[in-house]
Design a binder for this molecule. Structure first.
Ligand code: PEP
Ligand code: MN
Length: 356
């Protein structure tokens, strides 16, 4: 058993002395023992060269509930550690649950621009059955000359839509110092492709207590993506949803190359939910419908789709945004595919917009 990773799940209410004695035994055998607490369990995560004798000694210590030996580099995100699907609830009663039987569609504009734009986009996506809203207030743009987002004012406009509809909202956070107030004004923190390996940001987002939507780095391997998620779980946040959003390839006919095999592979390797962004990956509205259907068919737990009712004048990523009609068409066509793979479209739990 060379280079194994052992997760020692501790019994609840174990005393400090009992826990320390487990650590001492692990240390004496050359294994590290890092304390972590996630998904209602406390545990020691160790790495080193273990033996089956050591594992049986540890298994019999009073503080130990079970010992899991995880192959490969993943630990808390691994299906070996947790075989069943993790369900991630976002928002309260009117919220969405990722990773369960329901297929969750998040929709809204790439960037929050103004109240008129937000009202129009939100009315149309909610009318077609979106169960969660998106909108960027802090935009990590490739060029410093591009619209950088409205910042705090954008966050306020998004929070107004959250109140108006009762639906949860996801928005990107780009720097650790913003995590606290973005977490206050939203239901889920998005870590974008350009920040997937911003480890300080991951630690801070993980500690915020809010669910996190972790987009795959555009040049990240599946392993690097899962290890980025591992940072979030390691600091105690088990509410992580992964998002495949396309990777760099040589082909410039699409904005990125949507890697749907990564969805199926990530679902095999991890218990965390995985969703797909057909907008940022393809960069083209006519590819959003076919890729949405394919994502549902290959086992994705949901989608995040850019919608703008005046895409030609959008301040960010207008070229890839669906109109309200195009989004309605995707939603209609998704239903039979979602049902064919044994799931249901999550029903909208929005307040009646007419009453607002
Ligand atoms: C976004 O969803 O607004 C976004 C910027 O996506 P990505 O990080 O995948 O480019
Ligand atoms: Mn965008």
């Amino acid at each position: 058993m060379e280079g194994i990773i052992v997760i020692v799940v501790l019994r609840p209410h174990s005393s400090r002395e009992e826990i320390e004695s487990v650590k001492e035994i692990l240390h004496a055998h050359g294994l590290s023992a890092m304390e972590s607490s996630v998904m209602d369990s406390s545990m020691l995560i160790s790495e080193g060269t273990g033996t089956s004798e050591l594992i049986s000694i540890v298994e019999n210590l009073p503080a130990v509930e079970r010992v899991v030996v995880v192959p490969g580099v993943q630990r808390l995100t691994s299906r070996v550690f947790r075989p069943e699907n993790t369900h991630v609830r976002v928002g309260a009663l009117t919220g969405a649950v990722f990773g369960g039987p329901e297929f969750v569609v998040i929709a809204g504009p790439c960037a929050v621009e103004n109240v008129t734009q937000m009202n129009a986009a939100v009315d149309t996506v909610v009318g077609s059955g979106a169960v969660m809203l998106r909108g960027g207030a802090f935009k990590p743009r490739t060029s410093p000359y591009s619209f950088q987002g409205l910042g705090l004012a954008g966050l306020t406009l998004l929070a107004e839509q959250r109140k108006r509809t009762g639906l949860p909202v996801v928005t990107e956070v780009v720097t650790p110092k913003d995590v606290e107030f973005v977490a206050e004004e939203s239901d889920m923190l998005q870590i974008g492709t350009r920040n997937m390996q911003n480890f300080e940001l991951l630690r801070e987002a993980g500690a915020s207590g809010r669910p996190v939507l972790l987009k795959r780095g555009m040049s990240a391997t599946i392993e690097e993506w899962l290890l980025a998620a591992e940072y979030l779980l390691h600091v105690g946040n088990g509410d992580v949803v992964l998002c495949e959003r396309g990777i760099r390839s040589y082909d410039r006919s699409t904005r990125f190359t949507l890697d749907l095999s990564a969805v199926a592979e990530a679902k095999r390797l991890t218990h965390l939910p995985v969703i797909v962004d057909p907008s940022h990956s393809t960069g083209q509205p006519h590819l959003v419908a076919p890729m949405s259907l394919a994502a549902a068919a290959c086992g994705a737990d949901g989608l995040i789709i850019d919608v703008h009712t005046d895409a030609r004048n959008a301040m960010c990523d207008g070229a890839q945004a669906l109109s309200g009609e195009q989004f309605a068409d995707v939603m209609t066509r998704l239903t039979p595919v979602v049902e064919a793979v044994g799931r249901t479209m999550a029903p909208t739990r929005a307040h009646s917009l007419a009453s607002v």
